[in-house]
Design a protein around this ligand. Sequence first.
Ligand code: ATP
Ligand code: MG
Length: 226
Amino acid sequence: MLEIQELHAGYGGGEVLRGLSLGVAHGEIVALLGRNGMGKTTLLRCIMGLLPHAAGSIRLEGQPLSGLDCFEIARRGVAYVPQGREIFGQLTVEENLRLAALRGGTIETGYDLFPGLRARAKDPGGSLSGGQQQQLAIARAMVAKPRLLLLDEPSEGIQPSVVNEIADIVTRSVRSMGLSVLLVEQNTDLALRVADRAVFVDHGVDAASIASRAVTREILASYMEL
Ligand SMILES: Nc1ncnc2c1ncn2[C@@H]1O[C@H](COP(=O)(O)OP(=O)(O)OP(=O)(O)O)[C@@H](O)[C@H]1O
Ligand SMILES: [Mg+2]
């Protein structure tokens, strides 16, 4: 459903993505793994239309996304949970969800995913724990019932029990909604447990694509900081 071919992109004069190709099938969870600074976040920003690409193509369901802005890309069914979450800390949990629902959908979708958020509905987003903020960020992304979910390091700074809960919920909603996911994660155990397949990014290119169950320690050692 997502097809990226020979993507080149960067900042100013510096090229970060150097011909990266990658596909995600319907209902598939793909983990995007690689060392710091290899271009994982840059790729997600390109898909979401937050960063232009210099060459190559990005297609969603066969339709090119090149040149579209992030609002149009969201309207076509892509949702992005950025690294660091970026919820509105001053707004309440409910207001965060209501803002997301302006584009369609209902806030109940968010509460159904993470029922714990309901008890915090009137609290400012900034008062939640890291794990709850991540739940809110994912709930907000899911309100519009996306077809493709881009998750950037959801486990960053979150305690393990909450990480597992989030992983279970994401996996379940993927299976029940036919959602596709591109997951960037430094926690490789988590990523390989959740994902069907891992794509390793090395210096801005896709260096390997391997079914999660076939990823060995040796493979991880060659592409990741262990
Ligand atoms: N706004 C920016 N302006 C200039 N350079 C940037 C910008 N954002 C990222 N970079 C550079 O682009 C390269 C790739 O960054 P990117 O954030 O995509 O890496 P990453 O794989 O997500 O790393 P991490 O695992 O640390 O999140 C890095 O060298 C980084 O310093
Ligand atoms: Mg990153």
